[in-house]
Design a protein around this ligand. Structure first.
Ligand code: CUK
Ligand code: CUA
Ligand code: CA
Length: 642
């Protein structure tokens, strides 16, 4: 306790910690790889938190363990990283319940195999998938009245600039949009209200930040001075791209205000450098604000251009074009060196930008940003109400709804709990304001962090999950690839208490955690959801039109409606399967040997596959999902005549 009272050190006293140059960063990175155990370095302004009493750990640990049959109280929606899916976890147990495939084929559900999923994922003219790799980072859900409303969630693919939407009634991906004119699509955030219509207090847009700058149109020029980045707005319902804003610098993470008036992105490459030394050459970068109502007015008034073959309206958000606050669409707030996350406090007042290469967090007051847009604040940087030192490598921030923020310190391998009001008081000159409340070591090098209900008006400050990028010695070694370590921390008290470690396959970045009653998942479909549904076993059969053949079939445990079906070599076959079992949890599978077909049909679900019957022979199509005592007997013969 006592050592913490010394906090915070004045920035002037920080020495090497106040500023990370290229050499220091390379050195620190090497340190990450070499060390296997976190040491509370003497150079850390605050000594590591004293260990909580053993009893506190024990009881907190016990709280994560659910008895058999007990259900979790929170859902977690986790980005799946390289696997291109969204993972659904139960918390506090940390149990992974399912994975929702989005961008990458999935062999369990037949994602990327069935016609329906291929239509969502996107295909080339020859019918094959346009992309089979992805890199998901950020996941957020739709809002109403400042809280999640259980309609949709979204997730991004950074590699191919795609945004996927998940329906939270069936927990399935139903639309994917590829953004034009961008690369390195990274941050996403849904808006929380309409900036002009108070009746629209729910999500109608999703904002997307592009991290990399490219030539526009992309002509392949090497002259990086001509590269530009974009901020994109996607319609939450139609999933069509509404507009884009051409900007200086780049985008990274994204945040939105509760009144719907502002969105923001942190910028680490205001230098518009093409090499990392250039990207970190300035002492300050920016948090870039977007005036949503004005951008939409400009689009309506036709004040836009289009780029290349894209028809999306592009408005000018560059510095030069937005000097007059009265007409500006954007506002560039200066923040220290290569900031990372930007997060909205649940009281609706502040956006917090973490410093990454600066040991600070910057608190920006939204009402002041709006004053600047109204011409009432002389300098936009006056919207900064705190810039306080937290520790090395601050990345992302979560909130407990009691005025505290929790920021990950990547290089210090810590989470720091700090009080936003006290940080503002300290910044104003009250040097006695002890804004750092607690620190806890995490294992190791944390990136994203989120608390239960954190970025909603209903932040409840119960649990904190921390996505640690390195797990090192925390799990049994299983070859060279280490899992990430998701740690759960109890934040209900003054001090943080580490509750549990969970290995996760690489690599989630962002995630959200919300109360389980905010979604109403359905577990049985209705036949009407599917235009191709085979509603009655009597509709089954083989329907031929020249070489095109449609096979209609139903499943009801333990049988498919057709005992066999005959095809001719060279037929172009579309097979439609409806699962007429309507009992919850009664899922069947359908696999065709040597034809690369396998998919599942949930209760009353319909799926279809199309293939060329190019191999003559008898093929036992069998149920791949254990459904019945006669599951193994649940088969049908596909007979392809030569
Ligand atoms: S980024 Cu991964 S730790 Cu893509 Cu949200 Cu910060
Ligand atoms: Cu049907 Cu197994
Ligand atoms: Ca920079």
């Amino acid at each position: 306790m006592s050592d913490k009272k010394d906090l915070p050190l004045a920035p002037a006293g920080l020495g090497r910690r106040s500023f990370i140059n290229t050499a220091a960063l390379v050195g620190l990175t090497a340190g990450v790889a070499a060390c296997t155990e976190k040491t509370g370095s003497a150079a850390t302004p605050a000594a590591p938190a004293p260990a909580a009493p053993a009893s506190a750990h024990a009881s907190a640990g016990a709280a994560t363990h659910l008895k058999p049959g007990e259900l979790d109280t929170y859902y977690g929606l986790w980005s799946g990283g390289h696997t291109g899916d969204m993972r659904v976890l139960g918390l506090p147990s940390g149990r992974e319940i399912t994975r929702i495939p989005c961008f990458v084929p999935d062999a369990l559900v037949g994602w990327g195999i069935t016609n329906e999923s291929k239509a969502i994922m996107g295909t080339k003219p020859d019918g094959s998938l346009k992309y089979t790799v992805a890199d998901t980072h950020h996941t957020h859900a739709s809002y109403k009245d400042g809280n999640y409303d259980g309609r949709y969630a979204w997730i991004n693919d950074k590699i191919n600039s795609r945004l996927a939407r998940i329906r939270l009634d069936y927990f399935v991906c139903d639309k994917i949009t590829e953004l034009p004119n961008v690369q390195g699509f990274h941050g996403i955030f849904p808006d929380k209200a309409d900036p002009v219509d108070p009746a629209i207090n729910y999500t109608t847009r999703v904002f997307c930040g592009a991290e990399f700058s490219i030539p526009l149109p992309n002509t392949g020029t090497e002259d990086s001075g001509k590269y530009r980045s974009m901020f994109t707005c996607v319609d939450a319902e139609s999933m069509e791209v509404r507009w884009q804003v051409l900007i200086d610098g780049n985008c990274d993470l994204t945040a939105t205000s509760y009144d719907g008036k502002l969105a923001a992105t942190n910028q680490y490459n205001t230098e518009m450098g093409a090499k990392y030394e250039d990207m970190m050459s300035s002492e300050r970068d920016a948090c870039l604000f977007f005036n949503i109502a004005r951008i939409e007015e400009a689009v309506k008034a036709g004040k836009f251009k289009t780029i290349g073959t894209s028809k999306v309206p592009v408005v000018d958000g560059t510095l030069e074009a937005n000097k007059d606050p009265k007409t500006a669409l954007t506002a560039y707030v200066s923040v220290p060196k290569n900031p990372h996350g930007v997060n909205a406090s649940p009281d609706g007042k502040y956006f917090i930008c973490a410093g990454k290469l600066s040991p600070t967090a910057t608190v920006i007051e939204l009402s002041k940003v709006l004053e600047w847009f109204d011409g009432k604040l002389e300098k936009i940087d006056a919207a900064i109400v705190a810039e306080v030192e937290l520790g090395l490598g601050p990345l992302h921030t979560a909130f407990d709804g009691r005025g505290n923020a929790y920021t990950t310190l990547f290089l210090d391998s810590q989470v720091v709990k700090w009080n936003v009001d006290k940080a503002i008081a300290f910044h104003k000159g009250d040097k006695a304001a002890k804004y750092v409340v607690d620190r806890i070591d995490v294992h190791y090098q944390p990136g994203h962090i989120n608390a239960t209900q954190s970025e909603t008006k209903a932040a409840d400050g119960k649990y904190l999950a921390v996505g640690c990028k390195f797990s090192k010695d925390r799990f049994l070694p299983a070859g060279p690839l280490h899992p990430e370590n998701e740690q759960l921390i109890d934040i209900s008290g003054e001090k943080m208490v580490l509750m549990a470690d969970h290995p996760v396959r690489g690599e989630p970045h962002d995630f959200i955690i919300f109360k389980r009653d905010l979604v109403k998942p359905k577990q049985v479909y209705t036949l009407d959801e599917f235009p191709l549904a085979v509603k009655d076993p009597k509709e089954s059969g083989v329907f031929r039109s020249g070489k095109k053949v449609t096979v209609k079939m139903t499943s009801q445990a333990p049988a498919f409606s057709l005992r066999e079906f005959k095809l001719k070599k060279g037929d172009e076959v579309t097979l439609i399967l409806t699962n007429l079992d309507k009992i919850e949890d009664l899922t069947h599978g359908f696999a065709i040997p040597n034809y690369n077909v396998n998919f599942i049909v949930n209760p009353l679900e319909t799926k279809s596959v199309t293939f060329v019957a190019d191999k003559p022979g008898v093929f036992w199509c069998y149920c791949t999902h254990f459904c019945h005592a006669l599951h193994l007997e649940m088969r049908t013969r596909m007979i392809v005549e030569a």
